[in-house]
Design a binder for this molecule. Structure first.
Ligand SMILES: Nc1ncnc2c1ncn2[C@@H]1O[C@H](COP(=O)(O)OP(=O)(O)OP(=O)(O)O)[C@@H](O)[C@H]1O
Ligand SMILES: [Mg+2]
Length: 511
């Protein structure tokens, strides 16, 4: 143990989690999980997809109840009737999935559940003092370095990263003693992450504590003081900082050594000269600024950049989901007007905001996967061959090890990473010739990531085209034949594949 760990563990724990059990039907999400959290520490909670991280966190944060077990907070038995109640009492959580409501204003999201305090009088139907509410919301937003967002804006009009930052602001504005951060960093961009890390350190220095969940091992190793590993709902190990090693952690998480190449191992960045997608002087005010780009058969084109650089919009344009204001987008030489045009040309799209753009949460795993592959198991417009559909869906579930008790399980009840696997499987399984992948490995554990990279490389070798939009430079450097850097809606720089290319070379063009 390091000196620092000894000092921490001499203190009374802030939180004691004892023998927590939680089942969902036949799924045992948590079996007898116990651990302590000390003041002044950032505790990483790690484990494969579906290992129980979000479940145990959400029990602590008042979102759901355990079947059995006990929790003590500051030495006293802890119970919370809801997340709002937990936050009021000192434990706040930033949830893995989208936690803001799109149809209301930013300020209404920030003050959800406490809007009443902005009524101009105690009379229940008295009007709200919206000016005051917006001003107070804007003050709270500045805590997460959001200085130019008005409280009156509709939340649904904001991008995914900004909405995530609003959630963080909402939690920290209540000044909880424990902040739980569930797979939030991969939803953010580089600047957002720096803000989050800064806040976590402030918590540590103030003698509070953070539970941090992430599949990004570099980040976990860098940010956390101690780690707890879960596997299949079981507590596996408590790891002090001095024992952090990437290989050791991987092995503990997966239960075996993760061998073989993680990314592709070749540095031959060649591809077919045939152009399959072309943007000519493409513009959308505020997002894309005269972008001209050719994308080829058999190419993995990586796209990197900071927030609002335009890369996520570019992904939508390539799938026909956003129309250009100016310029042209040609797919196999033809103009694309909508998603149907793109899908007819066998384009698949994994959106960054998977819950609202890529999945139907209130449908089964089977329906979500099958929808894109309808052509391969239906005849004409009406006849669906169910045995073929079943086979098709089962193949995706097996290949990607989607953790579900049954193909009829609703996607809303899958763990975050397993949802991501459903989206990936849906588009890969249906034989897409072109794949637009916006942060495809977000929230996916290392074992499955490795498998996804393998599939991407296979697809490239089969002559398919992949556009990999990502906030993760290592995966872009590891996988791309060609890497472009976007800034302010423009293409700033292009790099060919090379083993000498380092992340700093790329970052210089991003900022
Ligand atoms: N409401 C629910 N109904 C049925 N099963 C559920 C429900 N919530 C969670 N589960 C199951 O419990 C298990 C643990 O899920 P959990 O979300 O805690 O995993 P996780 O460790 O957070 O994974 P990830 O890294 O993918 O986010 C999974 O098998 C999941 O499908
Ligand atoms: Mg989770």
């Amino acid at each position: 143990m390091t000196q620092e760990t000894i000092v921490i563990q001499e203190k009374e724990p802030l939180l004691q989690v004892r023998n927590i059990v939680k089942t969902f039907g036949i799924v045992k999400a948590l079996s007898d999980v116990s651990f302590d959290l000390y003041p002044g520490e950032i505790l990483g909670l790690i484990g494969e997809n579906g290992s129980g991280k979000s479940t145990v966190s959400s029990i602590i944060a008042g979102m759901q109840k355990a079947d059995s077990g006990e929790i003590f907070f500051q030495g006293k038995p802890w119970s919370a009737s809801s997340m709002v109640d937990a936050l009021d009492k000192g434990i706040g959580m930033i949830v893995q999935e989208t936690g803001t409501i799109p149809g209301i204003s930013v300020a209404e999201n920030v003050f959800l559940g406490e809007i009443e305090r902005f009524r101009v009088s105690h009379f229940p139907f008295a009007p709200l003092n919206k000016k005051k509410m917006n001003q107070e919301a804007e003050k709270i937003l500045s805590l997460v370095d959001l200085h130019d967002i008005s409280g009156s804006l509709m939340t649904g009009a904001l991008d995914f990263v900004t909405r995530k930052l609003i959630e963080i602001a909402k939690v920290i504005s209540k000044n909880p003693s424990i902040m739980i951060v569930d797979e939030t960093s991969t939803a953010l961009n580089q600047t957002g992450r720096q803000t989050l890390y800064r806040l976590m350190k402030e918590y540590r220095n103030a003698g509070k504590a953070v539970i941090f969940i992430s599949h990004d091992l570099d980040e976990v190793i860098e940010q956390c003081d101690r780690l707890i590993v879960l596997r299949d709902g079981h507590f596996i190990q408590d790891l002090p900082k001095k024992d952090f090693s990437e290989d050791g952690i991987k092995k503990l998480m997966v239960g075996r050594s993760v061998a073989g190449d993680y990314y592709r191992s070749d540095y031959d960045g060649s591809f077919d000269p045939e152009v399959v997608m072309e943007l000519k002087d493409a513009s959308i005010p505020g997002s894309l600024d005269h972008v001209s780009l050719q994308i080829h058969k058999g190419e993995i084109l990586g796209i990197s950049g900071l927030s609002h650089c335009g890369m996520h919009t570019l992904g939508k344009v390539l799938f026909g989901a956003r129309q250009l204001s100016d310029g042209e987008y040609l797919l196999h030489g033809k103009t694309v007007k909508n998603e149907a045009n793109a899908m007819r040309e066998k384009v698949g799209y994994v959106a960054k905001d998977r819950d609202t753009e890529s999945l139907n949460l209130n449908a089964s795993v089977s329906d979500n996967i099958a929808i894109a592959g309808l052509n391969s198991f239906s005849r004409g417009n009406f006849l669906v061959l169910y045995p073929d559909e079943k086979k098709y869906v089962n193949e995706q579930i097996d290949e990607l090890q989607i953790k579900c008790f049954d193909r009829s399980q609703f996607v809303s009840t899958l763990s975050g990473g397993n949802k991501q696997k459903v989206v990936f499987g849906k588009w890969v399984g249906c034989g897409s010739e072109i794949l637009i992948l916006d942060c495809p490995t977000r929230g996916v554990d290392i074992g499955v990531k490795q498998f996804m990279y393998h599939i991407m490389y296979q697809l490239k070798k089969e002559g398919k085209t992949l556009v990999l939009i990502s906030e993760e430079l290592p995966e872009l450097l590891g996988m791309s034949d060609r890497l472009i850097v976007m800034k302010d809606g423009k293409i700033q720089k292009e790099f060919p594949r090379s083993k000498d290319l380092r992340d700093v070379d790329v970052i210089n063009y991003m900022i």
